[in-house]
Design a binder for this molecule. Structure first.
Ligand code: ADP
Ligand code: MG
Length: 383
């Protein structure tokens, strides 16, 4: 391809790695800012990478100077420096969007202001037990305490089940900036990957996500026991939410489908997302292809975001032994419809995302049959 533009990415974890897999196929150079030998850097040999932290102003500036378009694979970045460099390099999505989304409380207030339904929330100043009990009186139990910032994979969330939990919340969440959220008594969780381009918003299909211990475990495409009408409402809500933000790229929108069939947005990721991994095998173009094309203004036919075949994605987390994830991946190689992804991370801590498996088949029940022994294996290896 004649495109000589270089893309810079803040963060070099598994999302950056899969973005580079997509970029490699188009001869697009991606410069990663992260620690040396991070998962993304391992699969892209050139001298444009930068060693450092995406939270560090000087490193962000250096990355910006080395490329034409800067994007992120994580939202916990230095948006101050992104604002500064935005005059000389394209930043997608906008630093304004990243700044709103990286603070979950700000994000929710913003969504509410823009007419997008979210769970009711209230700001807290410290985790002192009296303040927490006051929230309990207002919201009832259980309710969710969440760190406003730096939260991922449930690290930053605490379920307050009763008044007695108030003291323990302080131990777990310490001095993090907090807010409380009313419990969403959902029937199931849905997610939609939205693509924001120069021309508007497009969506991938609606998927069902299953979390265990607040970490995504499985995604089902299409969702199980969800009407086509509700699935399409979820796409519309996701589009409505993302259309309000500035900038281009892929956004992951997590939603709750409540028991009365209404939807709430849980949270938004301004980047490719775990619940969109399935698109690599199940759709004509993946969320990573779409992100790259969106930020570079390359064509994205709407029909290429469709589901070619039902799919189930199963995450491989670090388990009870240092090689649990490798054993799961090896076992999955025996399955004819399984695509296995390992992320090239070093040590496997229990619960750390080490890889994933996607099964595609002509029907979702065929996927379910094939994935079940792998789910059993994952459960068996749990740390
Ligand atoms: P993270 O950034 O760790 O993904 P989330 O806010 O998405 O944090 O929470 C992780 C999971 O916890 C959600 O996917 C959902 O299963 C559960 N959860 C979060 N908020 C609520 C809520 N208000 N009510 C009930 N469950 C919730
Ligand atoms: Mg989440």
């Amino acid at each position: 391809m004649a495109d000589k533009r270089k893309v810079g990415v803040l963060g070099g974890g598994q999302l950056g790695r899969m973005l580079i897999e997509a970029a490699n196929r188009l001869n697009i150079q991606v410069n990663i800012l992260d620690v040396a030998a991070s998962p993304a850097k391992q699969i892209s040999a050139h001298d444009g990478h930068i060693t450092g932290s995406f939270k560090e102003a000087a490193a962000v500036k250096e990355l910006a100077q080395s490329c034409d378009v800067v994007t992120v694979e994580i939202e916990h970045v230095d948006t101050q420096m992104l604002e500064e460099v935005a005059g000389s390099v394209v930043v997608e999505p906008s630093w304004k969007t990243l700044r709103i989304i990286k603070d979950k409380f700000l994000q929710k207030a913003y969504l509410k202001e823009h007419g997008v339904d979210v769970a009711e929330s209230v700001e807290l100043h410290g985790a002192d037990p009296t303040a927490i009990r006051e929230v309990g009186t207002k919201f009832g139990y259980p309710f969710m305490l969440k760190s406003k910032t730096e939260a991922y994979d449930g690290r930053g969330n605490f379920v307050v089940k009763s008044e007695e939990d108030a003291a323990r919340a302080k131990e777990v969440l310490g001095d993090r900036p907090l807010y409380a959220e009313r419990w969403a008594d959902f029937r199931l969780e849905l997610a939609v990957m939205v693509v924001k381009t120069k021309d508007g918003v497009l969506t991938f299909p609606t998927v069902e996500t299953v979390h265990e211990d607040s970490v995504c475990k499985l995604t089902y495409a299409p969702p199980r026991n969800v009407s086509a009408e509700a699935a399409s409402r979820a796409q519309e809500l996701a589009k409505k939410a993302i259309a309000t933000f500035e900038g281009k790229g892929v956004f992951g929108v997590e939603m709750f489908l409540l028991k009365d069939d209404t939807l709430l947005v849980n949270e938004i990721a301004p980047r490719p997302h775990n619940s969109g991994h399935y698109t690599i095998e199940a759709c004509p173009i993946s969320q990573y292809d779409a992100h790259l094309r969106a930020i570079l203004d390359l064509p994205i036919p709407a029909a290429s975001l469709r589901l070619r075949e039902p799919a189930i994605m199963l995450n491989i987390l670090g388990g009870k032994t240092p090689d649990s994830h490798a054993q799961i991946a090896k076992a999955a190689l025996e399955y004819p419809n399984a695509s296995v992804h390992l992320y090239g991370k070093g040590d496997a801590r229990p619960g750390r995302k080490m890889g994933h498996i996607t099964i595609t088949a002509p029907t979702l029940s065929a996927c379910e049959r094939e994935v079940q022994p792998l789910i059993d294996l994952v459960d068996n290896q749990k740390g």
